[in-house]
Design a protein around this ligand. Structure first.
Ligand SMILES: C[S@@+](CC[C@H](N)C(=O)[O-])C[C@H]1O[C@@H](n2cnc3c(N)ncnc32)[C@H](O)[C@@H]1O
Ligand SMILES: Nc1nc2[nH]cc(C(=O)O)c2c(=O)[nH]1
Ligand code: SF4
Ligand SMILES: [Mg+2]
Length: 244
């Protein structure tokens, strides 16, 4: 279930620069062509020994899963902002996360969900939530009806979190061939839900994806979306800083 636990700077989304503890889960049913975490799906579970050192110890999963709170306490720093449940797709393990979020909240931690939004039926309250809205060009050969179903679920997930009172925002990874009009229509749908911040995240070249979108593409998309929602550009800064 758990792949790794470590302390770092939030490199993406509305809370870029804040200090987080990341709890990364393994599996994911999707296969975004740019995914920089999918290769970390299998194998052992690694836990950072001292926050921010990248020194890891390897554990067997059961050991860590039953001691998650102790591990998080051991990585707590005075600047800690929240605990991010990420992956892979964390809501593959929704029941486990729900149970541990309750204990973490009692211990004074804020929780943060980093999800692809495909499981609205598994949503519970998180203090913060970053929900990706995927684009057709993120997948090789996804059928149109499957994409439409995913998109509907992502909007439902955002709406559910918004109505639960979570500080929820949307994140869209844009690529060099991303259509301005397509993303503008997503911004319009988001504005129908409420005051949802939209983070436009230029893809970081990875795997088959060789290039970032141009500056013009970034600005055109942000201006088009700015007519409907608050927008910010959030490049993956942890990679620029050489951090995990
Ligand atoms: C690895 S995913 C895990 C959480 C969830 N499965 C999701 O997709 O939102 C975390 C975030 O990293 C982003 N990401 C992954 N690879 C990326 C890349 N090469 N460039 C920019 N963002 C990337 C995803 O779009 C997502 O916002
Ligand atoms: N520093 C840092 N920030 C992140 N924000 C989202 C991440 C993720 O992979 O979910 C991530 C990550 O992997 N590292
Ligand atoms: S949904 Fe998230 S974890 Fe799954 S492949 Fe896409 S970016 Fe990677
Ligand atoms: Mg990452």
């Amino acid at each position: 279930m758990i792949r790794e636990i470590f302390s770092s700077i939030m490199g993406e989304g509305k809370y870029i620069g804040r200090r987080f503890i990341f709890v990364r889960f393994k599996k994911c049913p999707l296969n975004c062509i740019y995914c920089d975490e999918v290769s970390k799906g299998e194998g052992e579970c690694r836990v950072e020994t001292i926050p921010g050192t990248r020194n890891f110890e390897i554990y067997n999963e059961e050991e860590i899963e039953n001691r998650l709170i102790n591990v998080i306490n051991s990585l707590r720093t005075p600047d800690l902002f929240a605990i991010s449940f990420t992956g892979g797709e964390p809501l593959v393990y929704a029941e486990y996360i729900k149970e541990y979020s309750k204990i973490l909240k009692e211990d004074g931690y804020k929780t943060y969900l980093e999800s692809n939004g495909m499981y609205p039926e598994r949503i519970s309250f998180f203090d913060y939530a970053s929900i990706d809205i995927k684009l057709p060009e993120h997948f090789e050969g996804m059928k149109d009806e499957d994409y439409k179903k995913l998109y509907k679920n992502e909007l439902k997930t955002i709406e559910k979190l918004y109505n639960l009172g979570s500080d929820v925002f949307a994140k869209i990874i844009i690529m060099e061939n991303t259509s301005v009009e397509f993303v503008e229509n997503i911004a319009k749908d988001l504005s129908d839900i409420g005051n949802i911040m939209l983070c436009i995240q230029p893809v970081t070249p990875y795997g088959k994806v060789r290039r970032m979108p141009t500056q013009k593409k970034i600005f055109d998309i942000m201006s088009a979306c700015g007519k409907y929602v608050d927008v910010m550009c959030t490049p993956q800064i942890h990679k620029l800083l050489g951090m995990l």
